[in-house]
Design a protein. Sequence first.
Length: 159
Amino acid sequence: MDGEEQATEGLHFVGKKDQLIEEKRSFRTLEGRDILIIHQQGAFYALDSYCYHAGGALQNGDIEDIDGKTCIICPKHKYKICLANGESLYKATDPTQDPPAPRWYSKGVKQRTHMVTETNGDVYVKLSYNPGWVESDFYQGEKGKVERAKAEAADKATS
Ligand code: FES
């Protein structure tokens, strides 16, 4: 089920719970925004479907537990994005430790996530427009489509 859905008080019906569990990853366009809905270890998540870094297609990314957080790994350049809050994680060495040891750090929220609710087997997504600008906004909508094409062309030119 692709395409625009009916909205009631900002809630968009995105499918039956059983169907979404079976699909594991579902793509929807809501209010002109392309959203990825993921069912993982008993929980639903919704987030912008194009990676904030260069518009990579997150629906093809692996999902891993990183530092106790469920993250999707962008298939394009392997950035790690937390499904729950859109935080981007990276590993670096902590110079305050002796000997310096690698650990995970947060770059902050980079990918917009959205609220998922379920009522009587029906699943709804409410888009979040907080907190202001989030980097994944860049690759959404008509302008975002153009930017994704530019990023794709730049990637091809350097590979
Ligand atoms: S586009 Fe996702 S890591 Fe670069």
